[in-house]
Design a binder for this molecule. Structure first.
Ligand code: CA
Length: 478
């Protein structure tokens, strides 16, 4: 899966802003990378550059194109066996949405109860999430505040109101049918109800799933529940098909920076067992970074060897891996948010019509990150590394669909795991997380018959097997 930050990926009409047609024009690139699905960040009409504050749930933002452009993108993606997920943001809307503006007109508005209101004097918890309507008489004793978890510009919907629930299902059905998308990435899925009412979130998402299943059997929904796995798990029971594995993302980066394994696969197996106890068919949405997190290359100290290692780990573990655009060329960036969402550098040619120019990049610039065109020419580029790991994953059913269990090794600089799939020979993946070469003394007992990636292991060798710094070996076993 490949996450596209709409504004930054590819421009089709020379206004410097990424758009739907731009993405369509790059589908061959995504196809050749091995991408099987897209997650498009929001494209509903909105005011902000990121568009997570929707003003019209039934419109494509004109900055990004038209409904026809979306339909064409979906059609062309499907022609290449690429699915399309839309980022659906229904926890809140923009404070400039007509529904909210009407609701602010007073208690008699038909939309008043679409949002969450409380008198100032009875707000005792989470006061930072409650806001006065601009221009209201804040000294009046009965003045009300509205609930906006993220900020005042994004008022939360009241999901206790049946009309709100019905409207959200109508929106969900609209984009699955008219837009043709295959499913949803569900933004802020854990914030539908405030903390303390979490079980009502689970009920809502089950209801939404059931409703969408009727509209489009086989549709797919993956939830953003940025929380510990214990909190994530119940969302998988009859609700989300998949949930992002935030714990694993943190673990991968932490272990690479520590240059040691501290039980990553043991924890992953624990998470998988927990999720399976809620849903036998859940899909683990694995990733290392997304549009809310600092870029992998930057977190790993601008070391391409470490960035390649992150790719090797993500792409040899089970699950459905999500790649944030630009990670495949090692884009750099850290917060503020705009700087982790910089233009994808197809080239650094000032006249390149494809590269977006809505902001001036600070991190992903010539001399710091090679553009895609340059990386395509170099066999040691970060891009070449992603290409080979994705290709290996897709050619080995065991890596694509197999189970995982830890393999104990005697040196903490090494991370090893075994992948198994019925009817296939097991595979062992061995990473050296450190900057020094490490001897893999345990490898002799594994029964290696073939090296699929990395330095070759000689069958029956009595020689020492040395794993080079920051490298990965993949072996097929007897
Ligand atoms: Ca454009």
């Amino acid at each position: 899966m490949y996450e596209i930050f709409m504004r930054s990926f590819a421009d089709s009409d020379g206004d410097g802003i990424g758009d739907l047609k731009g993405i369509t024009s790059r589908l061959d690139y995504l196809d050749s990378l091995g991408v099987e699905g897209l997650w498009l960040t929001p494209f509903n009409k909105a005011t902000s550059y990121h568009k997570y504050d929707v003003e019209d749930y039934y419109a494509v933002d004109p900055e990004y194109g038209t409904m026809a452009d979306l339909q064409m993108l979906v059609q062309e993606a499907h022609r290449r066996d690429i699915k399309v997920l839309m980022d659906l943001v229904i926890n809140h809307c923009s404070s400039s949405h007509p529904w909210f503006k009407d609701a602010c007109s007073g208690p008699d508005s038909p939309y008043r109860d679409w949002f969450v209101w409380a008198q100032r004097d009875i707000i005792v918890s989470e006061p930072e999430h409650w806001h006065f309507v601009p221009g209201s008489d804040t000294s009046a004793p009965d003045v009300e505040k509205y609930y906006g978890f993220f900020w005042s510009g994004m008022p939360d919907f009241n999901f206790d109101n049946p009309a709100v629930r019905a409207e959200m299902k109508k929106i969900g059905a609209y984009w699955l049918t008219v837009g043709g998308v295959d499913g949803y990435r569900l933004d802020a899925a854990q914030h539908i109800y405030p903390e303390g009412e979490t079980s009502k979130n689970h009920v809502w998402w089950r209801e939404f799933r059931k409703s969408m299943d009727e509209v489009k059997p086989g549709f797919f929904m993956v939830g953003e529940i940025a929380n510990k796995n214990e909190v994530v798990a119940p969302y998988l029971q009859g609700g989300m098909h998949a949930a992002f594995n935030f714990d694993l993302a943190t673990d991968i980066l932490k272990e690479i920076n520590a240059e040691e394994d501290h039980g990553l696969v043991y924890r992953l197996v624990g998470i998988r067992d927990l999720y399976y106890s809620y849903s036998s068919s859940y899909i683990d949405a694995t990733f290392v970074s997304n549009h809310d997190q600092n870029r992998i290359m930057t977190v790993l100290g601008d070391d391409p060897a470490k960035a390649k290692l992150a790719a090797a780990i993500l792409l040899t573990l089970p699950g459905s891996p999500y790649l944030y655009y630009g990670e495949e060329i090692g884009m750099r960036g850290q917060k503020p948010d705009e700087l982790i969402r910089e233009p994808f550098p197809w080239t650094y040619d000032a006249n390149d019509p494809l590269t977006t120019r809505w902001e001036s990049p600070v991190y992903t610039i010539a001399g710091q990150v090679n553009c895609l065109a340059a990386q395509c020419e170099v066999s040691t580029s970060v891009y070449a590394s992603y290409l080979s790991w994705i290709s290996l994953r897709r050619s080995e059913p065991c890596l694509y669909d197999g189970n995982v269990r830890p393999v104990d090794v005697s040196d903490a600089h090494l991370l090893a795991y075994r992948r198994s799939l019925k009817g296939q020979q097991d595979i062992i993946v061995l990473h050296n997380l450190s900057h020094v070469a490490v001897e893999a003394t345990d490898a002799r007992s594994w029964g290696i018959v073939e090296t699929l990636a990395g330095p070759a292991y000689t069958v029956g060798s009595k020689d020492r097997f040395i794993v080079p710094p920051f490298s990965t070996c993949v072996f097929r076993l007897k």
